[in-house]
Design a protein around this ligand. Sequence first.
Ligand code: AMP
Length: 174
Amino acid sequence: MTELANEVSRKIRDVPDFPKPGILFKDITPVLADPHLFPRVARWMSDQFRADGIDHIVGIESRGFILGAAMVEDLRAGFVPARKPGKLPYQCVTIEYELEYGSSKLQMHTDAFTSGGRVLIVDDLLATGGTAAATIDLVRRLGGVVVGCVFMVELGFLDGRKRLDAPVKSLVTY
Ligand code: AMP
């Protein structure tokens, strides 16, 4: 791991049995609260796709909003939220996807970007890959070109990146 990845890894707090028994939650709030570390993380995430001409960052609710918004200036990209149902006010396209237990949905506005727009998908953590895979589908349904996906953390043992049909980068892998 790089020095930055080591620093981030030391700051991430493991919270057992949150939000339900058996889940080891990776709490990134100590990284966000660090005025030196958070900007370096956002810069690293931007660096991975800086040469790719990103038009829009799609941030996945809700921690993807925080990280994605921190990257827009650096990449000179617009920001588009992928949200849980019932939050976006205008016409939406919806995708339903399977979780370990049950299913979930994500929505984006139908006019979020123009067809052919080059999109970078951002979230805090890649686990099974279900959420990011659904977001890739959603972006493609709207005619977007998925240039890649970038995460602060990847739970490598879950092999989530195998489900993502796009280039994937992550700073810290467990
Ligand atoms: P998945 O669809 O399984 O890749 O899950 C990814 C989404 O769930 C991301 O938005 C993460 O923020 C959240 N998530 C899943 N597992 C964890 C975990 N162990 N710690 C923190 N967040 C998690």
